[in-house]
Ligand binder design. Sequence first.
Ligand code: CTP
Ligand code: MG
Length: 182
Amino acid sequence: MVFDIYTLVEVTWILFPIYAANGLTPVMMRFLKGHPIDNGRMLGKNRLLGDGKSWEGLFFGTFMGIVIAVVEMLAFPYLPWDLSPVALSIIIMTPLVGFLLGFGAMMGDVVASFFKRRMNRQRGALVPLLDQLDFLAGAFLMLSLVVVVEWGWIILGTIITLVFHVIANVIAFKIGVKKTPW
Ligand code: CTP
Ligand code: MG
């Protein structure tokens, strides 16, 4: 079953480090001038990756993934797992798992930018689905190196991420942080 509360708990546990990596990096990079990963290099008539992909962002996002995974690792013994009538497949958080989730998220995002530039979309141009799911795909791919990733997590994680994205943008629009509700 995918649409049950158990899968929801299992996937939320995995999403925290991923969202921290992907969501906090743009906030952090507002205060920093990053060094572009592509070093300004071109491929054809477009940038290889663009100024939106910096070493600082890659490093910070990966680091945030590790930090949140360690917080979960330390919190694990104190959480009320016995409330669940069935045994949950909660993945064991370690700094390595945090690294894989954070780095995977950031690399998924880098790969997406590579393809966006090849499609002649410049920095910041919206490509629906790719923009919202690149980091999730990258994180799950890296996680699969050390954990058997369940399809339910991927399906529910995708749905949650898309819904979360819509809600977050509408709120950002209403409070005036964004000019458009998408
Ligand atoms: N960012 C960064 N380095 C990364 C990833 C993100 O510095 N490796 C920062 C950049 O300031 C970027 C912002 O986070 O502008 C938002 O990330 P994203 O939406 O992925 O980048 P875009 O600017 O939209 O560029 P692209 O079109 O390449 O996705
Ligand atoms: Mg973008």
